[in-house]
Design a protein around this ligand. Structure first.
Ligand SMILES: NC(=O)c1ccc[n+]([C@@H]2O[C@H](COP(=O)([O-])OP(=O)(O)OC[C@H]3O[C@@H](n4cnc5c(N)ncnc54)[C@H](OP(=O)(O)O)[C@@H]3O)[C@@H](O)[C@H]2O)c1
Length: 289
């Protein structure tokens, strides 16, 4: 609903996905790839970025070949700039930028070397803010569609609201994305830019394999009874939030309420997470290089 000089999020405002331009970082696997498949099926024009260009080209071919595949390492500022500029050169506008590229690793916080800390922030946080900074001057000049000039979507995590033991640096990057989204949403609402943060719970993707390879082969045991979801389920919720922008999306809804409770009862949250950490701690405490 549009009010005088101010724009608010409304479920009634729907954007047409057919012909919409969506740029996705981390589209070569997992959630990014699942989102690309759903959006392409609805007629969106896609710009796909990741380091593994052969994966992106294979995906583009499977989706009909009309999309843009760009090799980019989002931890490098110039790659973010090139990705955004080539997207605009090809499609002439950018309706939604999905900052999805990211990874995690397993290590107690006090053992994480400075360089590893810098690397994870370079990918998960600076990869997000650099893409946004290069995209925003263009988005701000676009004519609005169904009320929005453009949208930034950040794929954060449930751990943004509560750090996960032995995934401290990863959790910190996801909390940073949430804070950035909260601030930007207010900063840019007069200019009709939507900002949406996504908070998946454990999702079956390559994330676990990448995390293990980043952690010297160490992999946390699956916690008995921990609910998981598919990348397709997460992508469906993201697609809905691209069609009708909203502030936050928690694809596994109970996690949102559970984590809200954790802010009121931190000792209880510590006790619950303490039990979890007993299951993964021995693996992680060996240290990671
Ligand atoms: N899986 C989960 O349980 C879960 C839960 C909550 C949130 N998330 C978040 O969801 C997002 C997607 O993760 P996923 O689960 O789909 O994992 P995934 O299957 O491992 O996919 C990660 C994607 O990010 C890309 N990527 C990683 N580092 C990159 C870099 N430096 N530059 C460009 N692209 C890079 C990878 O592509 P290349 O390797 O080809 O570059 C890949 O396409 C991440 O931000 C993650 O934090 C995941």
């Amino acid at each position: 609903m549009q009010t005088q000089g101010q724009f608010t999020y409304s479920a009634r405002m729907r954007r047409e996905l057919n012909g919409m331009v969506v740029a996705i970082t981390g589209a070569s696997a997992g959630i990014g790839r699942a989102l690309a498949e759903l959006l392409a099926a609805r007629g969106a024009k896609l710009a796909l970025a990741a380091r593994r260009i052969e994966r992106l080209e294979e995906l583009n071919g499977a989706l009909g070949g009309a999309h843009l595949a760009i090799a980019a390492d989002v931890s490098k500022e110039q790659d973010c700039q090139r990705f955004i500029e080539q997207t605009l050169a090809r499609f002439g506008r950018l309706d939604t930028l999905v900052c999805n590229a990211g990874y995690g690793f397993l290590c107690p916080v006090h053992e994480v070397p400075r360089q590893r800390m810098q690397q994870i922030f370079a990918t998960n946080v600076l990869g997000t803010t650099d893409c946004i900074r290069f995209a925003m001057p263009y988005m701000l000049k676009q004519q609005p569609i169904a009320g929005w000039r453009g949208q930034v979507m950040m794929v954060s995590s449930v751990v943004a609201r509560r750090g996960l033991p032995f995934f401290g640096p990863y959790s910190a990057t996801k909390a940073a994305q949430l804070s950035l989204a909260e601030a930007m949403r207010i900063e840019l609402r007069q200019q009709q830019i939507a900002v949406t943060s996504i908070h998946p719970a454990g999702t079956d993707t390559e994330f676990g394999d990448v995390s293990a390879s980043q952690s010297g082969g160490k992999r946390p045991q699956r916690v008995t009874g921990e609910p998981r979801q598919s990348s397709h389920t997460v992508a469906i919720k993201m697609t809905k939030a691209i069609e009708g922008p909203r502030p936050e999306v928690w694809p596994m809804r109970p996690t949102r309420w559970a984590l809200s409770l954790a802010t009121f009862f931190p000792s209880l949250a510590d006790a619950v997470l303490g039990r979890r950490s007993d299951q993964i701690g021995d693996t992680a405490r060996d240290g990671v290089q």
